[in-house]
Design a protein around this ligand. Structure first.
Ligand code: PLP
Length: 455
């Protein structure tokens, strides 16, 4: 391997990184990951790094599974590509659609494929509006989403998302997308109990529907547990109220399962954990454990029937790519055969929960929230008042993330929350290592925060 510094310089010279400050990259250089197995990454200096983010929340089955490599190689030899436009199909896409219909709850029986979560949410945006148009109710166009939601980076999915920093660049959101607040009790709950706050936040949806007129609203989209917005686990009162409101006003419910799907919350889908009944689920990431790009929309009978009554003028060259489908099928087979999701639900997630929640013993950690294998801690200078740091939001989170990084632990920060989403195959021993390294990093970060006078 070439020297790290040389690779970094070449990377900074020619590679434009997503969500990365170009000048910072030039100064510091990117960490170069060269190989991985299980929950562990190896970098170009030979460090072994515990990946508590499963890449970008996607390597659910862990790194280095030869079965997925073999599935890809077999399919590449047999049929590397054929499209699914214009009444053609192939065996891997048939089998994957059928398998997903079996796994998905209720009458979510039909799959429209894409290569990513962004593309799949673009499909959803057009599909829900087309559904109402085909039903003769074209005024039902507005889509309601949540601030701080992340639904992708294309113009459509970025507009559905509620990231203000993204909206500030390049002309988003597109018209007829509306946002309500997220159920983040720690930061925004004030004097309310979490349960009162959950109802209050859900009822913002009802208020927004009344403001726009139910005849003008097509759908509400949300992640069962908001991921990139900071792993915001909603109060128990939240989802039942959202479901009641969607049912009452005849609003389609889209559950974005891109992070929550395929075991992340301890069930196949986050909708099962949160007990919600979506009309459409967005899937990607864990579908193939990130080994190849694939995503899609799992659609209920009623919506599929209406959409299928005409021609939906929409599709991607790689919708149902045979190699990606073959890898996804093998991934689903292994998740099931090795009972990986059952083990998460009954053994490793309860173990992780206990350890993770004990992080609140640390003086700088306020709440610790975790569902299955996705969790976050809120950093605070004052637990009693749930105060934010005086510094710009994210300053302390960044310090903490950097300390984790130097202790060979990958955690992410969103503002001043620290997040984990490890591979589902993480063992109890690896969970212990994760918590030890997180505590060490928190101690070091706190010393730095105190030194800088931010506490
Ligand atoms: N939806 C959610 C909930 C996500 O977390 C993401 C990505 O992080 C996306 C959609 C976009 O998926 P992709 O990056 O595959 O386009």
């Amino acid at each position: 391997l070439l020297p790290t510094a040389e690779l970094q310089a070449r990377d900074a010279a020619h590679h434009m990184h997503p969500f990365t400050h170009g000048a910072e990259l030039g100064k510091k250089g990117a960490r170069i990951i060269t190989s991985a197995d299980g929950c562990w990454l190896t970098d170009s200096d030979g460090n072994r790094i515990l990946d508590a983010m499963a890449g970008l929340w996607c390597v659910n089955i862990g790194y280095g599974r030869q079965e997925l490599v073999d599935a890809a190689a077999r399919q590449m030899q047999e049929l590397p590509f054929y499209n699914t436009f214009f009444q053609t199909t192939h065996v891997p896409v048939i089998e994957l659609a059928e398998r997903l219909a079996q796994l998905a709850p209720g009458d979510l029986n039909h799959v429209f494929f894409a290569s990513s979560g962004s593309e799949a949410n673009d499909t959803n945006l057009r599909m829900v509006r087309t559904y109402w148009e085909m039903k003769g109710q074209p005024s039902k166009k507005a889509i309601i989403s949540r601030w701080n939601a992340y639904h992708g980076s294309s113009v459509g999915s970025g507009s559905l998302g509620g990231m203000k920093g993204m909206h500030a660049q390049g002309g988003m959101p597109i018209p007829d997308i509306h946002h309500i607040d997220q159920p983040n009790w720690w930061s925004e709950g004030g004097d309310m109990t979490p349960e009162e706050f959950g109802i209050e936040r859900a009822q913002q949806l009802e208020a927004k529907i009344k403001e726009l007129g139910a005849d003008n609203v097509a759908a509400f989209i949300a992640e069962p547990v908001q991921g990139a917005g900071g792993v915001i686990v909603p109060p128990d009162s939240y989802w039942p109220e959202i479901q009641r409101i969607c049912d009452k006003y005849d609003i389609l419910l889209i559950a974005d399962e891109v992070i929550c799907g395929f075991g992340r919350t301890g069930n196949w889908f986050g909708s099962q954990t949160m007990n919600i009944k979506p009309h459409i689920m967005t899937i990607a990431k864990g579908l193939s454990s990130g080994y190849l790009p694939i995503g899609g929309s799992i659609v209920c009978d009623e919506v599929a029937e209406v959409i299928g009554s005409g021609e939906f003028n929409h599709g991607y060259t790689y919708s149902g790519h045979p190699v990606a489908c073959a890898v996804a099928l093998e991934n689903l087979r292994l998740l099931e055969e090795e009972q990986i999701i059952d083990t998460v639900r009954t053994e490793t997630a309860p173990y992780l929960k206990e350890k993770f929640e004990s992080l609140t013993d640390h003086p700088m950690v306020g709440e610790a929230k975790i569902v299955g294998m996705m969790g976050s801690i809120a950093l605070t200078p004052d637990k009693a008042t749930r105060a934010a740091f005086a510094s710009e939001a994210g300053t302390v989170g960044y310090i903490c993330r950097e300390r984790c990084f130097s202790n060979n632990l990958i955690m992410r920060h969103v503002g001043d929350r620290m997040i984990i989403s490890p591979p589902l195959v993480i063992s109890k021993g690896e969970i212990d290592t994760l918590i030890e390294r997180a505590l060490l990093s928190l101690d070091e970060a706190m010393a730095e925060v105190e030194k800088q006078g931010l506490m």
